[in-house]
Design a protein around this ligand. Structure first.
Ligand code: DC
Length: 207
């Protein structure tokens, strides 16, 4: 089968990860959460490593540690993601993954704009900062973390600001991306809407 690449971008905690996993399962495609690459580099930086060297030295085992999910690592990921040499070191792996035979779903910040501008489907999944912070707050609370909503909101906004205003590959929708605002949608509704957009693109595809 010809590669069929689905690019899903958007800000932190908009629902990209959940939607991407559901879409990958629905269409039986491989899935890459590209945020994990930046989190793995961020985690290595927090142990004192140079982020550029860390980006060149990443191995599969780096992507599986629970520490990648902490708020501290998320901020570190957003900081190393500003460095052009870090982004460049991670580019080939992501592009090769995107064009694997059969196709793939990649989620991140710059998939539709930089990594795969030729992706067959581009989605930009977003939601208001307050809704995203509320979701993240509840998730952290359920996992037993003692935190305040105001702290989580401030972290979400700090990450948005860094991700959207960096000069290399800033977070923004590709011109031909379909925007899905999940602020007032349930997970099931957001997944259904996304699947419809992808199904329509598959139908239009030359055979
Ligand atoms: O999706 P995430 O929250 O796991 O991403 C963590 C950070 O990594 C995010 O704040 C910015 C960076 N990132 C990026 O710059 N480009 C991507 N394609 C994915 C993530």
């Amino acid at each position: 089968m010809q590669p069929f690449t689905i690019a899903i971008d958007g800000p932190a905690a908009a629902g990209k990860g959940t939607i991407s996993k559901a879409v990958a399962t629905h269409f039986d495609l491989a899935h890459l959460d590209t945020g994990l690459l930046y989190r793995a580099v961020g985690a290595r930086m927090l142990t004192g490593e140079d982020p550029i060297a860390a980006a060149h030295a990443l191995v599969a085992e780096d992507l599986g540690t629970p520490a990648l999910r902490t708020a501290e690592t998320a901020q570190a990921a957003s900081k190393v993601a500003v460095i052009p040499e870090v982004r460049a070191a991670l580019l080939d792996f992501q592009r090769a993954f995107a064009r694997r035979s059969g196709g793939a779903v990649l989620d991140g910040r710059d998939i539709g704009t930089v990594i795969c501008p030729q992706a067959e489907v581009k989605l930009f999944v977003t939601a208001s900062a307050e809704v995203r912070a509320q979701r993240r707050f509840e998730e952290l609370r359920d996992r037993g973390y003692d935190t305040e909503f105001a702290t989580v909101l401030a972290e979400v906004k700090a990450r948005d600001d860094r991700d959207m205003n960096r000069s290399d590959a800033p977070l923004r929708p590709a011109e031909d991306a379909v925007v899905v605002d999940t602020s007032d949608l349930t997970i099931a509704q957001a997944v259904a809407q996304t699947v419809d957009v992808i199904e329509a693109a598959r139908q239009r595809r030359p055979r």
